[in-house]
Design a protein around this ligand. Sequence first.
Ligand code: GDP
Length: 471
Amino acid sequence: MRKDTIAAIATAMSDSGISIIRVSGEDAIPIVNRIFFTKGHKQILSEAESHTIHYGFIYDGEYKIDEVMVSVMKAPRSFTTEDVVEINCHGGVLVTNKVLETVIKNGARIADPGEFTMRAFLNGRIDLSKAEAIMDLIHAKSEYALKNSMNQLSGSVANIIKNLREQLIYEIAFIESALDDPEHISLEGYEDKLSKVNDGLLFEIDKLIESAHDGMLLKEGINTVIVGKPNVGKSSFLNALIGKERAIVTDIEGTTRDALMETVKIKDILLNIIDTAGIRETEDIVEQIGVNKAKEYVKDADLLIYIVDSSKELDQNDFDIMEMLYQRKSIILLNKNDLETKIDEISIAQYLKDIYSKNNGTYNNEIPIIKTSMLNKEGMDLFEKIVMDLFFSGQLKINDEVYITNMRHKEALMEAASSLRLVRQSLENHMPEDFYSIDLMNAYTSLGYILGEELGDDLVQEIFSKFCMGK
Ligand code: GDP
């Protein structure tokens, strides 16, 4: 563990009212003391009490750089658990950099991204899941993401994991003691007991793994692709969602040639929407590139929105697009409902039925079909409700439900679950007890990764390197 003193700008690098330069480490106080003077030109920081704030000036030699407020937080009562000094200076980019430079000149080193939080973790102040929650909180793009990361920061995930690990270590210890001291501790009937505990643990872990699906969607947004032939109203739909004229709307077919990506928020759910070039057979090479790209985006999407111009008959292009909806989360919009319509829900459903049965599936009306008019802004409320129904069964219980939102956590949970499945297998096959304890221990270790225990230094470094500068 590096003990040197680090410094970084903790606020955003743009002109603003105030910037904060954070300094942490054994020499944080002496370093800032060298450059900070009160109005009466006194150096007072080395005598300052913890958790106090002081008014004065930062000097680089004779040169007065800025008028500042400096706060002192002594170890261990600070974010990093080390001595921390924070300099609040004026928020200009130049002046902030000058203050940082002076701190560096006087003995601190520029912090790596996330190094303050890494120190908080390595010094035992927070576990890794909480450190990651801090980053999620900073990057939260929706209210739900914010609430969820705050819950995780308060320990929602960490507490569950700790509890699971406690149960595991209890069983491991019991088996080990019984094997060591068979005269006093009997394993008679233990298989049944362990089997119940093991099933209980697996159930909880599987529930957490399942929550990751919604959790990721909440955090990152639902990757949505709008498909449909040219001129059916795809851009108009996107604009209606965004509420501003961003996508180009024209009467000439094939104008949305490449894809356009927008993140929109509906009922606090993020949709990362890609408006594709209209999908149709085309001779135009540029348009063809767009069409191919659209087909690629479709492959990775969580949700497909297929827009149809209901004032026109369907053609082969529509059937080709409907093929793409097979067994995919999709919503069909019968747009231009304000005009005289040529197609309706029933005819579309019939085509879907044919497509499903051609693929040996049965279509049970799982694809919602709604009538919309972008001209009159009709159908948008229903669309939003349907998205909620499709993804979160209509409601999100963010306050009492724990969501896994981190891929790393999900992978660790999956490892733990597969170890516990091996325990189940060994139990079914009445294997010797040490078989159980090996797999129980593996599950214990995997869950430890979430809290940052049992992780190698290089992995820890890698995780923190993705954090922001100054955090
Ligand atoms: P895209 O090519 O699928 O992106 O279609 P656009 O959004 O560019 O729309 C094509 C044309 O259809 C434009 O002239 C729109 O104003 C018009 N349009 C879009 N939605 C509606 C609608 O619901 N009703 C009517 N009457 N016209 C629409």
